[in-house]
Design a protein around this ligand. Structure first.
Ligand SMILES: CC(C)(COP(=O)(O)OP(=O)(O)OC[C@H]1O[C@@H](n2cnc3c(N)ncnc32)[C@H](O)[C@@H]1OP(=O)(O)O)[C@@H](O)C(=O)NCCC(=O)NCCS
Length: 177
């Protein structure tokens, strides 16, 4: 499939919020970073997420309904950023990551950012794309005024996040139903 320019897509948020320097970095690999688009189900969004965890394919229409929900929630103030990296050769997604902003009452109404769902397609791992995603999400959060960026990960991924400038802090707990 020929590469689709951002201008031809319905994006979940303004692409200008992403640092342009990241696309300069990715251009030499024929890759492009941008916000999630309303047609990215067809570009393999669920396939890329499957490199992170078990993912049930919801089907295109429910996926689009979720996209509309997120884009609508961003209409007043962008709170939920899903970023993707696309191959310019195939127009398929090769990586994705999310950050959402949490408005707080403490610290003079501060904002915290939560990084989630970082996934690089298996065939593209180890080429620096994970680092680019984290840089994009961190910069978005800082520009949106977040005073801290939080994420949880397996022990195996600690060295990756350390390389991205993150440090181990406290203990993460969870209860799954
Ligand atoms: C973890 C993941 C996002 C890393 O992305 P990636 O594109 O493969 O990583 P990068 O190529 O950007 O690596 C950046 C640096 O971290 C290092 N690194 C990456 N994964 C590592 C690991 N598991 N152990 C040690 N170092 C690691 C790289 O060697 C590289 O070091 P360098 O900057 O000195 O060259 C990717 O492998 C992935 O999607 N894994 C499956 C899903 C997953 O676990 N997601 C994270 C959920 S918390």
């Amino acid at each position: 499939m020929p590469f689709t320019e951002d201008t031809a897509l319905e994006l979940a948020f303004d692409a200008a919020l992403l640092p342009a320097s990241l696309n300069d970095k990715l251009a030499k690999h024929d890759l492009h970073i941008r916000p999630l688009a309303s047609t990215d189900y067809a570009r393999g969004h669920i396939r890329v997420l499957a490199s992170l965890t078990s993912v049930q394919d919801p089907g295109e229409e429910p996926w689009k309904a979720r996209f509309a929900e997120l884009a609508h929630s961003n209409a007043s103030a962008t709170k939920y950023f899903v970023v993707v990296i696309v191959s310019k050769q195939t127009d398929e997604l090769v990586a994705t990551g999310t950050v959402f902003l949490e408005p707080k009452f403490l610290r003079n109404l501060a904002t915290a950012a939560h990084i989630e769902d970082i996934a690089v397609d298996k065939s593209m791992q180890g080429k620096g794309l994970g680092k680019v995603l984290i840089e994009a999400l961190t910069t978005l959060s800082e520009n949106a005024g977040a005073y801290k960026m939080l994420l949880d990960c397996s022990d195996d991924n600690v060295p990756f996040y350390t390389k991205c400038g993150y440090e181990t802090k406290g203990v993460y707990m969870a209860k799954y139903k």
